[in-house]
Design a protein around this ligand. Structure first.
Ligand code: AMP
Length: 462
């Protein structure tokens, strides 16, 4: 990989040389100052070269590629109704439907004072609904790879006039096995084009992808690759799997949390947890690969609107979610792939806001935690959580000192009452046999016994 470039950071968008139509839209979006990735990527992309940018989610990377791309297409923009005047000139590929939708929403916002047209196409919805809009002609197409190939096969679009290709969240596209699809798509694009690649993490596979598809790319990194955002306070709670659900409920209630994403490793845990939370009066919903596109959009909209407090998500489903000012992310189970940790906690602390990322780590998961700490090159402060069953004895989560503990480490005692098994057989599935379900009756004792939230989260402020 080549050296990162260091460019003096302009203090405002005007100094980047963007067109007045774009500047007007930025002002209306409330942007006053370019983010570091925008300051660095926009001049390079405007100069016409290929770009390989390392930028985490929430850094403003969408505008970093969207603005130069729109600027490049502006001279070709036409107000004619003829579809022939609106060929696809820019193609943006994203790994997930949600990210595709969000990117296209941003493009629309930035292009609102130009005649440039954009469209998003993704799988999970009837392909026929996307065809009429394609036929009217659009300059900027945002697509997930599989659906784009479907359209290519059905000859509902042509890519022979594409001048700019963006590979957004390229690392995730590779993780999701899109390499063969990408190869097929790239073979159909004109050789003479500009390619902008964005990736939160840089692996050897990503470097190989850049070697294959980019020409002498300029490398830009706004933060060390695989680094975590300094705005995010990270914390590990050492807790056995069987006590995680009780701990989660306690945190959500005590923190009076308004918007939390809870990550699980599996779809079944996501669904089960969502239902358990709902049963204890916490508005929750799950998004994962088994949900239809409509269900995922509905859940995300409800979460954004504030009617859902806890969104339980698997890694794939959560990828690319843009929820600004999300205060808290909880890793109910930490990921076995350490890069996923970086992606997950990138959901909070976005665009300069501060955030909290709590990870529940059982003894079985400690090996994954070590991998994560190796990747992010820092130790995450640890706190042992003891869940005390009031009627009987202390549960299996015993306090223990950890090598990674720092001076601020404290032990927090949580009290959660026992209840008999739920009448709903769904809750008695043998997924976590030790877990005692909290029911409506036990909510009363939860609230009387709850430890102050400051005790739980206070240790987070380092
Ligand atoms: P992104 O990393 O592109 O997903 O952007 C993260 C969030 O930051 C989005 O909600 C953007 O609308 C917002 N954003 C991007 N650039 C700026 C900027 N220069 N000033 C303020 N907010 C921004």
């Amino acid at each position: 990989m080549t050296e990162s470039v260091n460019i003096d950071i302009p203090v405002n968008f005007d100094s980047l040389g963007l067109a007045p139509e774009l500047l007007k839209a930025l002002t209306e979006s409330g942007y006053t100052t370019p983010t570091p990735i925008q300051s660095q990527a926009i001049p390079v992309a405007l100069a016409g070269g290929d770009l390989m940018a390392g930028a985490q989610t929430g850094t403003g990377k969408t505008a970093a590629f969207a603005l130069p791309l729109l600027q490049k297409l502006l001279p070709l923009a036409s107000s004619s109704a003829s579809p022939a005047k609106h060929p696809i000139r820019a193609l943006i590929l994203t790994p997930t439907r949600e990210l595709a939708i969000q990117v296209e929403e941003s493009i629309k916002a930035y292009a609102k004072h130009t005649p440039l047209r954009s469209l998003v196409v993704y799988g999970g919805v009837d392909i026929k609904t996307q065809t009429p809009q394609l036929k009217t002609g659009i300059e900027v197409l945002v697509a997930t790879p599989g659906r784009l190939l479907d359209h290519i096969e059905q000859k509902t679009l042509q890519l022979n006039q594409v001048q700019v290709l963006v590979l957004d969240e390229a690392d995730r596209m590779l993780d999701m096995g899109f390499m063969p699809d990408l190869k097929r798509i790239l073979a159909l694009l004109p050789k003479q084009r500009q390619t902008l690649m964005f990736s939160a993490t840089f692996s050897n596979e990503i470097k190989k992808l850049a070697d294959d598809f980019l020409v002498k790319p300029q490398l830009i990194e706004v933060a060390r690759s695989n680094a975590t955002n300094d705005n995010v306070t990270q914390k590990v709670y050492q807790v056995e799997q069987s006590n995680k659900e009780a701990l989660l409920m306690q945190i959500l209630k005590e923190a009076d949390a308004k918007q939390v994403i809870v990550f699980t490793k599996t779809k079944i845990t996501a669904s089960r947890l969502s239902r358990s939370l709902e049963r204890t009066g916490i508005a929750a919903d799950a998004i994962h690969g088994d949900k239809t596109q409509q269900e995922r959009i509905k859940a995300l909209d409800a979460f954004k609107a504030g009617s859902v407090t806890a969104l339980i998500a698997t890694d794939v489903a959560a990828r690319g979610l843009d929820i600004t000012d999300l205060p808290m992310v909880i890793n109910y189970e930490i990921p076995s792939a350490p890069e996923d940790y970086v992606h997950r906690i990138g959901r909070t602390g976005r665009a300069g806001a501060s955030g909290i990322a709590i990870s529940f780590v059982s003894s079985d998961e400690e090996k994954y935690l070590l991998e994560i700490e190796k990747l992010i090159k820092r130790q995450i402060p640890k706190e042992t959580v003891e869940i005390v069953r009031p009627s009987t004895k202390t549960s299996t989560a015993k306090p223990k000192k950890s090598a990674g503990d720092d001076a601020s480490t404290s032990h927090t005692t949580k009290r959660v009452s026992h209840k008999k098994k739920s009448a709903d057989p769904w809750f008695d599935q043998p997924y976590e046999p030790n877990l005692q379900k909290t029911t409506a009756n036990s909510r009363a004792s939860l609230s009387t016994n709850k430890a102050p939230v400051a005790a739980l989260l206070g240790g987070l402020k380092s």
